[in-house]
Design a protein around this ligand. Structure first.
Ligand SMILES: Cc1ncc(COP(=O)(O)O)c(C=O)c1O
Length: 400
């Protein structure tokens, strides 16, 4: 439609939303569908957080807030960075946004000029390239490999850097692979960045609290303090506190960048929902014990899913360190014939046939820039996961 902006031609619709939509449509037609596409915890927001929001309403905290967030929340975030990450971000260096998504978007909006390159390791969270493209930048993909646990190597990063590189977007634990970088692995990345002082790092730490076993989370500016002056450390309450619908994300970074993001936000949303900000203060300052409880549950589910998928013919599933996703390869199914008689040529064919035949909704890897793979979100009950994996095993066994 000629009326629409050219920028729209640079954007693709979200494949993860499309899968959820397709699963909903099939369910509405009476099909028995298990949806493993959603990227949100199935737990409810803890009661102390809900109560803080209700009290905020009663107190009349219902007006516009400062654009970058209420002082109480910026202070709570500043203290969180110190307590959990050993990072000194003064409250003035902190900005609160409407979800991590707005933070990322505004960081791109505030910094990208036409032709600027942003390195995005594959597989990536679907929104990164789209945000970069909307803001006029050019996504440059740095491939990871299943054999490396989907982690970016120093060599791949080095190769992707050009004089036009502005940012590396770094995400650990990763959506969609669940891969998380141990300190030495992270150090191999920060060492490359030290050699390229024009490259900034936007670290998306959204899944920080969802790591398993004895994995210890670290973030780039903590591992390499020399990068502090060119790092934007992004995080949020959506995943760790089961608060996806409250829409609170935040970042700490150099004051000039934070001010620029504040200016954009001021003309855009005038700041984040006041009630949700008070809920986030309680999330960060209140009891944290349920995080450990949820982690144990997620870890049990991860182990179940990895084990059952590796028993499916043609599927190979590494064990990720974190988040609530697995990213198995379906390379062993490519070229085979599905029960419907259709040849499986791509991972998209695989997920389409799986949904049609067995009613299991997963997202194809090519949507995340690396395939043939698919993403399963295990943020659902063990009983459903077990049934879904049984169906996947049956589907794979029936492919000839
Ligand atoms: C890697 C990653 N970053 C950021 C976000 C956005 O989080 P929010 O819901 O706070 O906007 C998501 C949500 O799925 C995500 O997976």
């Amino acid at each position: 439609m000629a009326f629409l902006a050219d920028a729209l031609s640079r954007v693709k619709p979200s494949a993860t939303i499309a899968v959820s939509q397709k699963a909903r449509e099939l369910k509405a037609k009476g099909r028995d569908v298990i949806g493993l596409g959603a990227g949100e915890p199935d737990f409810d927001t803890p009661d102390n957080i809900k109560d803080a929001a209700i009290e905020a309403i009663r107190r009349g905290e219902t007006k516009y807030t400062p654009v970058s967030g209420i002082p109480e929340l910026r202070k709570a975030i500043s203290e969180k960075f110190k307590r959990e990450n050993g990072l000194d971000y003064a409250p003035e260096q902190v900005i609160v946004g409407t979800g991590g998504k707005q933070i990322l978007f505004n960081a791109m909006m505030a910094t990208l000029n036409a032709g600027d390159e942003v390195i995005i390791p594959t597989p990536f969270w679907v929104s990164y390239p789209e945000m970069v493209a909307i803001c006029g930048g050019t996504p440059v993909y740095a491939e990871t490999r299943l054999e490396d646990g989907f982690k970016l190597t120093a060599e791949a990063l080095e190769q992707a850097i050009t004089p036009k590189t502005k940012w590396l977007i770094f995400n650990s634990p990763s959506n969609p692979s669940g891969a998380a970088y141990a300190e030495d692995e992270l150090r191999s990345i920060t060492e490359v960045l030290l050699r390229h002082p024009h490259v900034w790092i936007l670290t998306d730490d959204m899944y920080e609290h969802l790591t398993y076993g004895d994995f210890a989370f670290t973030t780039p500016a903590q591992v390499e303090p020399e990068l502090y002056g060119r790092t934007l450390t992004m995080n949020g309450v959506s995943k760790a506190y089961a608060m996806t619908g409250w829409r609170i994300g935040y970042a700490g970074g150099p004051i000039e960048l934070v001010k620029a993001m504040d200016m954009i936000q001021g003309q855009q949303t005038s700041g984040t929902n006041s009630i949700a900000q008070w809920a986030a203060v309680e999330a960060l300052n209140g009891p944290q014990d349920f995080i450990e409880r949820n982690k144990k549950i997620f870890e049990g589910r991860r182990d179940l899913v990895v084990s059952m998928l590796n028993q499916a013919a043609g599927i190979s599933c590494p064990t990720p360190e974190g988040a609530f996703y697995v990213y198995p390869s379906c390379a062993g199914l490519i070229g085979k014939t599905a029960p419907s008689g259709k040849t499986i040529e791509t991972d998209e064919d695989f997920v389409t046939e799986l949904l049609e035949t067995e009613g299991v909704a997963v997202v194809h890897g090519s949507a995340f820039g690396l395939g043939p793979n698919f993403r399963i979100s295990y943020a659902t009950s063990e009983a459903l996961l077990e049934e879904a994996c049984r169906r996947i095993q049956r589907f794979c066994a029936a492919c000839t």
